[in-house]
Design a protein. Structure first.
Length: 429
């Protein structure tokens, strides 16, 4: 790619290619959630919960593997790894279609196993730039929009007569060509230049020694963030996987393009708000701005749920409201929160390590929430269970974020004072 595409033109190209790549990945991850699978499940779970749990377990394990693989993968091997992982996910969907009984659970587990690393690989192309917030906010809109668009596509295939177990594999084949093309072009985007490095620190690969140094240095703040993200990921994943059932309880059964109509305004507002935060150039103020947006998002989840129960808003407005609040908090976690932390604390390394660590913990919480609902709260409706969880997340999550913001503000001030005194930056190891 020529130097003429740098600057704003490079940002547009990079964000569009990253958006398409990750958008299409959802064609392999989420189509199965559009079906209801009204058959007997296993181990006390209904069939859909068994499938969702199996995929999330694979996805969670993938995040733990990604802590090493994605953090250490070389620039030259990045594209081959990305495409290979997607092809493995499609093969697993074919197994989901043809294998009987527990073979389907194993196949959907193997489908999630490679896909959990795709996000980190795409983020590696965008982190460490002056415009990283804007780029990563645009990228994050891909999974907000894609989740609804893929489920609408899957439901269209079901309505056309495609069997529900074959529908995920066919959906994946539809999204495979554009994903491969976008990923190949994304791989040609140039790395951060010297101006990016000066403002955001270098982003070298992080091996085991550097990863331990990061975790040790920021342990109290990381524990707070991981606790919040555990609850937030469980919330976001439950809304995503059981959106069909939640809408049915709210009185919206089988309306066309319902998910797209719900997620498009969420994506637009999230992009606008988080994109605006990229204009804060100061490292410390930028970090505090991100924490402020995230805390406001979690607080709004509780407010929207209270409004629903009071009868002030409709079910669809509530789904939009909690989606907006949840994604305002979730998107920075999965993209530029750790990029900002590393810039503010002047720690040289790839933010993808922290993103994968958070995801590994977060999806563990998602598995726990699924099992708790179907095994210990079976008599509670999905809507009541979810609204109660919304209140818990809103209160405890907002408190945790405020405490984490105070912690990292102190860490950033210490790093800034050390730099002004001419001291060396804290070592990576």
């Amino acid at each position: 790619m020529s130097a003429a595409l740098r600057g704003w033109r490079l940002n547009i190209v990079a964000s569009c290619l990253a958006f398409v790549t990750y958008f299409c990945m959802y064609g392999f991850r989420k189509p199965f959630a559009a079906a209801t699978y009204e058959t007997t499940g296993w181990l006390g779970l209904d069939a859909k919960t068994a499938f969702v749990t199996s995929q999330v377990l694979g996805y969670t394990l993938s995040k733990f593997v990604g802590i090493k693989w994605v953090s250490e993968v070389s620039r030259a091997a990045r594209l081959r790894l990305l495409i290979g992982l997607v092809l493995l996910a499609e093969i697993a969907l074919l197994g989901f279609a043809v294998l009987p009984g527990l073979g389907k659970m194993a196949s959907i587990f193997l489908n999630g196993l490679p896909l959990g690393m795709i996000w980190g690989l795409v983020v590696r192309y965008l982190e460490g730039r002056r415009s990283s917030e804007l780029l990563l906010a645009a990228l994050s809109c891909s999974f907000i929009v894609a989740s609804g668009a893929v489920k609408d596509t899957a439901r269209w295939l079901l309505d056309a007569g495609v069997p529900e177990y074959w529908m995920p594999a066919l959906t994946g084949l539809i999204f495979l060509p554009p994903l491969a093309l976008a990923a190949k072009l994304l791989d040609r985007v140039p790395d951060p230049d010297s101006s990016d490095v000066a403002e955001r620190e270098a982003r070298p690969a992080m091996h085991a020694r550097e990863r331990r140094a990061f975790a040790t240095r920021f342990l109290p703040g990381l524990l707070l963030l991981l606790g919040v993200y555990l609850g937030l990921t469980a919330f976001r994943d439950y809304r995503d996987n059981y959106g069909v059932e939640l809408f049915e309880e709210l009185g919206y059964a089988r309306e066309p393009a319902l998910f797209s109509r719900t997620e498009l305004p969420v994506a637009a507002v999230v992009l606008l708000v988080l994109g605006a935060s990229s204009g804060v150039r100061d490292r410390v103020r930028g970090l505090l701005t991100v924490f402020g947006v995230m805390t406001a998002g979690l607080a709004s989840i509780g407010a929207a749920t209270f409004a629903l129960r009071a009868g002030w808003i409709s079910g669809q407005i509530w789904m939009i409201g909690i989606g907006l609040g949840g994604y305002l908090a979730y998107v920075p976690f999965s993209s530029f929160l750790f990029d900002r932390i590393m810039a503010a604390t002047r720690f040289a390394g790839t933010a993808v390590f922290a993103v994968n660590l958070a995801d590994a913990v977060g999806y563990s919480g998602s598995v726990g929430m699924l099992l708790f609902k179907d095994l210990l709260a079976r008599d509670t409706s999905r809507l009541l269970f979810f609204t109660n969880w919304s209140y818990v997340l809103s209160v405890l999550g907002s408190t945790g974020l405020l405490l984490a913001a105070a912690y990292f503000w102190r860490q950033a001030r210490h790093a800034s004072l050390a730099t002004h005194r001419g001291e060396a930056a804290p070592p990576r190891a």
